[in-house]
Ligand binder design. Structure first.
Ligand code: ADP
Ligand code: MG
Length: 359
């Protein structure tokens, strides 16, 4: 255990019948850290969050916060959610329409039997921090989607949580508002210092918010790293594809040289292909479209191709370039110079990754 671990999951497994929703998950989250769990639908994110919150029991493993054990089926130990000082916000707007905004935030504090003056000061602070004080007397039903989610945030905030559990809290909002509210959540965290566990399937959201990201696939952790490291050093093909735009090109060996399949010109020797691809019949050159540049025939790093399609997408120009029988996606800035439809061209792969066909 590292010195600053606060939330700790040890060998956590959750089985629903034959489905292993979460498989032997080990995780440490520091106090004040913003930690995201990222992965496609069904990979076990919500189940993990619900186990941390105490809404779901564990099949095996332990959940700790600080020096308190919260869940451990082996020891028949289980602390109910109301005794785990967590704030929670979910995707669905879980606000009570029959209560006004003020009472939505005050109600959980009343359940905790706090004094009237303590409740008043906490509600005022939470509603002010979320820009809702002027709306305190209306029903959340009369607020926009963003407003309703702010009420849910204020309610979570008012309990002074140690950890804020957020399950796709912004995914019902339109894209513009979603971006804005990311920063609001981040500001609240900076101000109040709680840890955040943020569940999302949206990689840009995870990138923007997090100190570290966990990428999960079918209940199994693929990588836990800082956002930029997940992006620049993906542990495997799944992570590479899930984070950012990816493009795969089939490559094969002929007489000890690597060729894009269907091409009669070998790839430049300057592309360093890892030894572990040696035994492969066909393998993948993995690239990000923005990390490929157009170059000219004189460049020893250039690979010859032809422009199949050129599309102007506003900020970027998106190309499909045919090499051999493969199609490679290339993106350049709208002010950059590039070839036209149908033209012959040369492209240069920068920082490609290499993967086996079936990994
Ligand atoms: N209550 C449940 N009963 C049976 N299977 C469940 C239940 N909750 C989740 N699952 C299964 O567990 C897996 C993980 O689900 P979930 O944690 O909701 O994924 P995510 O939040 O990443 O989309 C899925 O295969 C899902 O069908
Ligand atoms: Mg989910």
């Amino acid at each position: 255990m590292s010195d600053n671990a606060f939330v700790r999951l040890i060998n956590v497994t959750k089985q629903f019948g034959d489905v292993t929703a979460v498989n032997n998950l080990n995780l440490e989250i520091a106090k004040g850290e913003c930690f995201s769990m990222l992965g496609p639908s069904g990979c076990g994110k919500t189940t993990t969050l619900r186990m941390v919150a105490g809404f779901e029991d564990l099949t095996d493993g332990e959940v700790w916060v600080g020096d308190k054990l919260f869940s451990c089926p082996k020891k028949h130990h289980y602390t109910p959610p109301e005794n785990r000082n967590f704030g929670m916000v979910f995707q669905a707007f879980a606000v009570w329409p029959h209560m006004n905004v003020y009472d939505n935030v005050a109600f959980p504090l009343q359940l905790r039997k706090l004094s009237k003056s303590e409740i008043e000061s906490r509600v005022r602070e939470a509603l002010t921090a979320t820009n809702l004080w002027q709306d305190k007397d209306i029903s959340p039903a009369d607020l926009s989607g963003g407003g309703k989610q702010r009420v849910a945030l204020a309610r979570a905030l008012a309990i002074n949580p140690d950890v804020m559990l957020l399950d796709e809290p912004l995914s019902s909002l339109d894209p513009h508002l979603r971006e804005e509210m990311r920063f609001e959540i981040k500001d609240l965290q900076n101000k109040y210092g709680f840890s955040v566990i943020y569940v999302t399937h949206d990689q840009s959201e995870a990138m923007a918010l997090s100190d570290r990201i966990l990428v999960m696939k079918l209940g199994v952790v693929q990588q836990i790293d800082k956002p930029l490291d997940v992006y620049n050093n993906p542990k495997n093909k799944f992570v590479f594809s899930f984070i950012g735009v990816s493009s795969y090109t089939d490559v094969e060996w002929r007489d000890g040289k690597a060729f894009v399949t269907g091409s009669d010109k070998p790839l430049p020797a300057t592309l360093e292909i890892p030894e572990r691809m040696r035994g492969e019949k066909v393998f993948n050159l993995a690239s990000r479209p923005t990390e490929i540049k157009f170059t000219d025939a004189m460049d020893v790093n250039g690979v010859e191709g032809a422009v199949l399609r050129k599309a102007f997408l506003g900020e970027i120009i998106d190309y499909l370039v045919r090499i051999g029988n493969q199609e490679v996606r290339v993106q350049i800035g709208r002010r950059d110079i590039g070839p036209e439809n149908g033209e012959k061209c040369f492209i240069k792969f920068q920082r490609p990754f290499w993967y086996k066909q079936d990994e």
